[in-house]
Design a protein around this ligand. Structure first.
Ligand code: SF4
Length: 396
């Protein structure tokens, strides 16, 4: 039986609130309008080649590696791969940054991804094309208000999404990404823990529905996924009855209910590679379609609707902060060593613990799922035993 979803009884920090907040805080936050204004102009083929050549040379000279998110521009994804780096979702990026031997990381994505890389590898230098590239979930979860929320519910285990500042992570017991959130919350629920979740309310609702956990939700949202429309998606699905509908769980429930596959960007990508379908309707940032098209060149991808009668589209399925990343900025930061990520030492130490816990859980989960033996003696974490039990019960 599922417990009811508890909603935090104050208005979510809305987009307007975020923008007002950003105007009044000393630290200049990069709001939606600022982000669109900072998106680089398209480059000519000649300019693209010029910057690509420079970036390749500079990466070698600086012993640096380029790590890109699936939502950034195709030419950045391709360059990361061509230079021995990687393209992935935020969990894959975090793992790669932690384990790759390069001493310098160029993280092409949004601010929390660069911060996570720095938190996991404090001795490495981490650069980003533009440190102003943030995320509506991060902007909508200011630490002072989040601390207040946590203080009011000391009986709850604090679980936060990776799309948060280092300060919010430092306040958390666990950090999760959409790739491992259900498994971690299921484990905590099985231990009888009540959860305080932040910041994405749609992902929180989806996890609650999947796990039955008692979750109190911060009311943030992603401006990209929040724009997808349920009724219009249903109409599109009726026009393409043979299409497989892929939905990221940051989307509203009325969109998730029409999905054939719900999951992280990596899970949606795997669905494209594994399914026999020729056509896919994709409800996530359309940056992922570049990789989907590469993996399945003969298949057709249709963007899930952000418009229609109920449209208020501000993003049209493209993240403005992801779009701020460009080739010229990558070359500039490698050349001049600016836009470096710094995290205060004490904060870094506190934020590291819940991220490392997630990575350990994720590694153990993969290990157990593949049926590999696990030594449970010698004080292994309690979740290892639980994961083995789940595997024996054929639940994972
Ligand atoms: S797509 Fe949404 S969750 Fe991802 S970085 Fe942009 S605003 Fe944040």
């Amino acid at each position: 039986m599922q417990t009811a979803i508890n909603h935090y009884p104050y208005e979510k920090p809305s987009l307007d609130h975020m923008q007002q907040h950003a105007m009044h805080v000393e630290q200049q936050a990069c709001t939606l309008q600022h982000a669109w204004a900072k998106v680089p102009e398209p480059l000519s083929a000649q300019q693209q080649q010029h910057y690509q050549t420079n970036i390749k040379r500079l990466l070698k000279e600086k012993n640096a590696v380029m790590v890109a998110h699936y939502y950034v521009e195709p030419e950045l994804q391709d360059l990361a791969l061509a230079t021995g780096g990687m393209v992935g979702d935020s969990l894959e990026m975090a793992k790669f940054c932690q384990t790759h031997p390069a001493e310098t990381l160029l993280v092409v994505g949004v601010r929390f991804m660069g911060e996570t890389a720095k938190i996991l590898s404090p001795h490495k230098r981490v650069f980003m094309p533009d440190l102003d590239a943030t995320c509506s979930l991060d902007l909508g979860c200011p630490i002072a208000e989040f601390n207040q929320f946590c203080d009011q519910h000391p009986d709850r285990t604090v679980v936060v999404y990776a799309n948060t500042s280092a300060e919010v992570k430092a306040r958390a017991d666990w950090v999760v990404t959409s790739s491992i959130a259900i498994e971690i919350v299921s484990y905590l629920h099985a231990q009888g823990k009540k959860i305080l979740w932040g910041p994405d309310r749609h992902l929180g609702t989806y996890i609650q529905n999947q796990t039955g956990a008692d979750m109190l939700l911060w009311q943030g949202s992603c401006i990209v996924h929040n724009e997808f429309k349920g009724i219009e998606l249903l109409h599109l699905k009726q026009k393409h009855p043979n299409a497989l509908v892929l939905v990221h769980p940051e989307s509203p429930t009325e969109v998730v209910v029409h999905a054939d596959v719900v999951g992280s960007t990596s899970k949606l990508l795997h669905a494209v590679m594994e399914a026999d379908h020729d056509t896919f309707i994709v409800a996530t940032d359309q940056g992922i379609v570049h990789e989907m098209q590469k993996q399945a060149p003969n298949k057709k991808f249709i963007a899930a609707p952000t418009a229609g009668k109920g449209a208020t589209c501000k993003s049209c399925a493209f993240c403005p902060w992801m779009a701020m990343n460009g080739l010229k900025a990558c070359a500039d930061v490698l050349q001049h060593g600016h836009q470096e990520v710094h995290v205060d030492d004490a904060l870094l130490e506190r934020a590291q613990q819940p991220i490392v816990k997630m990575l350990d859980f994720s590694a153990t989960y993969q290990h157990v799922k593949q049926g590999k033996p696990l030594d449970l003696s010698g004080g292994k974490d309690a979740y290892a035993t639980w994961l083995v039990e789940q595997h024996h019960a054929k639940r994972i």
